[in-house]
Design a binder for this molecule. Structure first.
Ligand SMILES: Cc1ncc(C[n+]2csc(CCOP(=O)(O)OP(=O)(O)O)c2C)c(N)n1
Ligand SMILES: [Mg+2]
Length: 330
């Protein structure tokens, strides 16, 4: 397919949706890192900068009632699925108006109304939960789809294999989306796994595995569309391996010393968000002025959310034991 065929096939609306979501993620991430570095917000944060296109394509394809599961590096998945900016920012700042009333923070965003069901810090822990969500919708006879997002490191955790096995066996309506950013904390993928392509692992569970350039909106949209359609049609899971890179290391204090010389600079030079902007303009899909307007609109929405979160109260002490399974612990 030529770029033009693909453009017609995907449609301008979907392409602009991907760009709008990616812009929101990029700007949100930049603002959050700036506030943390300035000491104005205290939170554990794992930046997904560089991985925006994967979630933006998936978020454009999913319905609100579809489910998404993500990880501590989950801002891109949360925003792309439609978690509202104000509640998200309030949660990031630990405020009572946040998605989890300020008790979760960035690593535990949950917003069922948007279909963002779980954010977990347990590597690989999201896969069995996602398989369970998919099993629930299968039993209820709906055509909802669950997308589980996780990293390359997670594919060496037992839970990945257990979830893939059952999902394949029961043909669950789930898409396992691995964001392969080439590193798990400070360990390069090849130093931890003797299989060159994560996508190949799907064969052992009897469902398709597809490797795709996760930074290419057209390729990512196409692969995700097929996987989601398969799941929705009752044909079972797909393992997507979306190749990408994270621009700000594992966590904010990461000095990236374990990377190859020039690797990070090369990845940043190929930043997928400005690259998509240039492509949209070059293809005549949007004008620079139209995309400037998208960016200005997202900036204003983020400024509003930060102001809202800043002005919101901290949770009351009397709330400390609500919604935290206190009865089960007694
Ligand atoms: C079960 C478990 N083991 C170890 C950790 C510590 N840990 C946190 S993030 C991480 C790396 C995971 O890498 P990957 O799955 O590639 O995701 P990425 O951080 O690159 O998005 C590890 C080992 C954890 N949180 N949970
Ligand atoms: Mg990784």
């Amino acid at each position: 397919m030529s770029d033009l065929d693909i453009r017609d096939d995907i449609g301008v609306e979907a392409l602009l949706s991907i760009y709008t979501k990616a812009t929101r993620i990029k700007l949100c991430d930049e603002k959050f890192r700036a506030l943390v570095l300035a000491g104005q917000v205290s939170a554990q944060y794992y930046s997904p900068r560089g991985q925006e296109i994967i979630s933006s394509a998936i978020g454009t394809l999913l319905r609100t009632d579809d489910y998404v599961v993500t990880t501590y590096r989950g801002l891109h998945d949360q925003l792309a699925k439609g978690v509202p900016l104000r509640e998200l920012w309030a949660e990031f700042m630990g405020k009572a108006t946040g998605t989890c009333k300020g008790k979760g923070g960035p690593m535990h965003i949950t917003h069922p109304a948007s279909g963002l069901m779980v954010t977990t810090g347990i590597v690989g822990g999201g896969l069995p939960i996602g398989a369970g969500l998919a099993l629930a919708t299968q039993m209820q006879g709906t055509d909802q789809v669950t997308v589980v997002n996780f990293g390359d490191g997670a594919t060496n955790i037992g839970a990945f294999h257990e979830a893939c096995n059952l999902a394949g066996l029961w043909k669950l309506p789930v898409v396992f989306c691995c964001h392969n950013n080439l590193y798990a904390e400070h360990t390069a993928y090849a130093d931890g796994t003797n299989v060159a392509r994560i996508a190949d692992r799907a064969a052992s569970y009897g469902f398709p595995g597809v490797r795709v350039d996760g930074n290419d909106p057209v390729a990512m949209y196409g692969a995700a569309r097929e996987a989601i359609a398969r799941a929705r049609a009752g044909e079972g899971p797909t393992l997507l391996e979306a190749m990408t890179f994270r621009f700000y290391g594992h966590q904010m204090s990461d000095q990236n010393e374990y990377m190859q010389p020039g690797e990070l600079a090369a990845a940043r030079a190929a930043d997928p968000v400005p690259r998509m902007r240039d492509w949209l303009i070059a293809e005549g899909i949007a004008t620079a002025a139209e995309l400037d307007a998208v960016e200005a609109e997202q900036k204003a929405a983020i400024a509003d959310a930060v102001e809202f979160a800043d002005a919101s109260p901290l949770p009351d002490l009397s709330e400390a034991l609500t919604d935290v399974y206190e009865e089960a612990l007694i």
